[in-house]
Design a protein around this ligand. Structure first.
Ligand code: ADP
Length: 381
């Protein structure tokens, strides 16, 4: 220890204080001490003497050690506090430790005092370091959350703001197409290509907005009509290339009403549908998408199956990654299944996939029935 240890002695008997000091000196610990025996002196010494450790007798004429320890704690000082006292009962000693005293040493066994002091200081120092490290992590976390929120907000507004000019470009391309047909100028192919690229860009922006909405907004719970919601989703894709060649099979088995976040759930279903259509096997005659659902009071199990081109076994573990595209047939940004996974996580569900090249792909989803979450809220209020 480089500097002298500052010991504050709360002791009314001068001779006892002398014995304590002698026991510490004998151990080789270098220290300076100050003895006080009233509350006022004790409070003043905490600020002026700035002790490293407090040694306190238990009972003083107008003061006691537990009160002293509380004053010390309330002042925000994380100081080791050791009781140095005459014979006490085991129960009393245990109670003192429970209240926050670091250790207690009997005046009849002062040879233990130096090691008790060093131990208590070491423990407090490591606690202090741990506390400082936790505070630093907490602060860093708060900063990260803030940066994340700002980034999300930024992504949201940029994507949102880019969609309006894109819609204008699309409108102008359509006008140009009409004029091109009237004048027979022969730009049709270029205009079709432009339209396709703009639509693809718009689709990516829409996906980014879906991702952003999922991470920014709170969960909503409403009862959903699963079959209706699925059919409406298919309806939105009726003009998607290849959709009309696929047979849709929906089989719902329901023993309870299902509550979930309708917007998120329909985003999820839409992504699965558009993939099943995009990655259909063009060479199969009997293309199908089969959706089976089992709904109970607790959850829904949903199997979303297609007999499309399937996914290569080496790629299947990556399909939920951000920006991952598993095939050259992909024309998307590799965000669809990433968003699906984010939504499933937000809903505290599970998703897994089984796929075989040339046979098809099947996604199994387990989603909690939020009807219980709602009931809980009502019960609690
Ligand atoms: P994207 O469709 O934009 O490429 P997704 O995240 O939606 O991105 O899908 C990631 C990859 O997973 C796709 O590129 C594709 O290889 C594969 N995939 C997803 N769904 C299916 C499916 N139903 N059948 C076959 N492959 C699929």
């Amino acid at each position: 220890m480089e500097k002298d240890l500052k010991i504050l002695l709360l002791e009314d008997v001068e001779d006892d204080a002398g014995l304590v000091e002698r026991a510490i000196r004998k151990s080789g610990i270098r220290f300076i001490s100050k003895r006080v025996d009233t509350r006022e002196e004790f409070i003043a010494a905490l600020d002026l003497f700035k002790p490293d450790v407090i040694l306190s007798d238990h009972a003083l004429p107008q003061f006691n050690s537990i009160e002293a320890m509380k004053i010390c704690k309330n002042s925000g000082k994380n100081l080791p506090f050791i009781l140095v006292t005459g014979t006490v009962s085991e129960e009393f000693a245990v109670n003192c430790i429970k209240q926050g005293v670091d250790d207690y040493v009997l005046k009849t066994n002062l040879s233990r005092l130096p090691s008790a002091i060093l131990n208590a200081i070491a423990i407090r120092e490591s606690e202090q370091k741990k506390h400082e490290a936790e505070m630093a992590i907490r602060k860093q976390n708060m900063e990260l959350v803030k940066i994340n929120q700002e980034l999300d907000g930024f992504v949201y507004s940029v994507s949102h703001n880019l969609r309006a000019p894109l819609a204008s470009v699309l409108g102008l391309v359509n006008l140009a197409k009409i004029e091109d047909r009237q004048r027979n100028s022969g730009f049709g192919n270029y205009l079709d290509m432009m339209e396709k690229s703009v639509l693809k860009l718009d689709e990516t922006l829409k996906e980014i907005l879906d991702y952003s909405r999922n991470s920014r907004t709170n969960l909503d719970h409403i009862p959903i009509d699963l079959e209706k919601l699925i059919r409406e989703s298919f309806e939105r894709f009726k003009y998607l290339e290849g959709m009309s060649t696929i047979k849709i099979i929906i089989d719902i088995n329901k023993s309870a009403e299902f509550h979930t976040d309708a917007y998120r759930f329909s985003t999820l279903i839409s992504n699965l549908i558009s993939n099943a259509v995009k990655y259909r096997d063009k060479y199969k005659e009997d293309k199908f998408i089969r959706i089976r659902a089992d709904i109970s009071e607790d959850r829904m199990e949903l199997i979303f199956e297609d007999n499309g081109m399937g996914i290569h076994p080496e790629r299947v573990s990556k399909i939920f990654d951000m920006f991952y595209r598993g095939t050259e047939h992909s024309q998307g940004a590799g965000l669809g299944l990433y968003i699906v996974k984010q939504i499933v996580d937000k809903l505290e569900g599970e998703i897994n996939v089984h796929s075989e090249v040339g046979v098809g792909t099947s996604f199994r989803l387990l989603l909690p029935n939020l009807v219980n979450a709602e009931k809980k809220l009502v019960d609690e209020s």
